[in-house]
Ligand binder design. Structure first.
Ligand code: XIL
Length: 345
């Protein structure tokens, strides 16, 4: 008995196994009350166990990189493909991860049948309802936030983008889509997700004006996603300040698609500086009490959209092409370890 007690006490007093710093991330993020998310792709999620482990070891939330977009969910009218979305949501649930829903209305990755000019306003409203009811309805209670509106502004200007929705329904398509999403899933947090608005400027001001006017009208808008597709050396230095003004409107904010692309050739100095940039982005979120999380846009550099979409740039994510952690991962650990703990919401 005495021996048993002594052994038990000794075991309890011994330090636990030393963990790789990276595997602390989910616990650190939770301690700060924020999500640390990652965009996942269906193919590696289905077939690559190492990829799955990277996700579950380091993150607390997932976004479907493509498979919940219109083109994939409803490739033909009334023909829905749930295989990818179900895979992502089941995986998240099995592993205790939350899911960001991405995305309902966007100008990209729409199926041909939804082509511009094909439907009049009433028909397009019916199409919007069918799609929203199908997608948000299917995952009601399982997906807690949705990018209802993606990239409503022109790339580098404060003008609303004249996408299919705008052209057919006018600028109030945004309010209509938010009301509809709220009707279908009243508990879901509804977001506008945008890029080139992370730091202050004309486009961010326009997003701010849009958000305030929607809120003044009582439209169910709950959050703003700042995508965060940054170029190394060019991360805005007023991230927290800019997010704070949206938070002051009563909105949640998050960095929804973080990556920091580096022009080739990539040097060790670049990777070290990129770590500081990741750290800074995490710290900016922690500085804003209504910043609910940061999500990176892809699991490893082998899966990143950057080389294809921005030729000459690469190495944008916290894991390299061989799935090895990069200094950027350490930057995130550093940010979450250093700062005093924020109360859990
Ligand atoms: C990108 C995906 O990463 C690519 O695989 C796809 O070919 C194009 O879309 N803003 C968004 C994301 O909101 O949905 C985009 O994702 C990146 C830019």
């Amino acid at each position: 008995m005495v021996i048993f007690v002594v052994v038990t006490v000794l075991v309890l007093l011994l330090p636990g196994p030393v963990e790789e710093p990276s595997s602390e991330l989910p616990g650190l993020a939770e301690a700060h009350g924020i999500k640390l998310g990652v965009a996942v792709a269906v193919n590696p999620l289905a077939h690559d166990a190492v990829y799955r482990d990277l996700v579950t070891d380091h993150y607390t939330s997932v976004t479907a990189e493509n498979t919940m977009k219109w083109q994939h969910v409803q490739p033909e009218r009334y023909e829905f493909d749930w295989s990818g979305p179900d895979l992502v949501v089941d995986f998240a649930e099995d592993n205790g991860l939350s899911v960001r829903g991405h995305t309902l209305l966007w100008h990209n990755q729409q199926p041909d049948w939804l082509a511009q000019g094909f439907f009049d306003a009433d028909e397009l409203r019916a199409v919007m309802r069918e799609h929203t009811e199908a997608l948000l309805g299917r995952y009601e209670g399982r997906i807690d936030s949705w990018d209802v509106i993606n990239e409503p502004f022109e790339e580098n200007s404060p003008e609303l983008r004249e996408n299919l929705w705008y052209q057919t329904l006018g600028e109030d398509y945004i309010a209509e889509a938010l009301w509809l999403a709220h009707e279908v899933d009243p508990e879901a947090k509804l977001y506008i997700n945008e890029f080139n608005t992370e730091g202050g400027g004309e486009k961010a001001d326009a997003l701010y004006e849009l958000s305030s006017s929607l809120l003044e009208r009582g439209v169910p808008l709950h959050g703003i996603g700042f995508q965060g597709h940054f170029v190394h050396g060019n991360v805005p230095d007023d991230l927290a300040e800019n997010m704070q003004r949206f938070a002051d409107l009563g909105l949640d904010v998050e960095i929804s698609e973080l990556d920091v692309r580096i022009p080739e050739p990539v040097t060790p100095e670049d990777l070290a500086a990129q770590a500081d940039e990741y750290q800074y982005v995490l710290e900016s979120c922690l500085a804003v009490s209504r910043c609910v999380g940061v999500s990176v846009w892809g699991v490893t550099d082998a899966h990143s959209w950057i080389p294809e979409w921005f030729p000459g740039y690469t190495a944008a994510l916290p894991f390299d092409e061989d799935y090895a952690p990069k200094p950027a991962l350490g930057g995130m650990v550093e940010a979450l370890s250093r700062n005093s703990r924020r109360a859990k919401r």
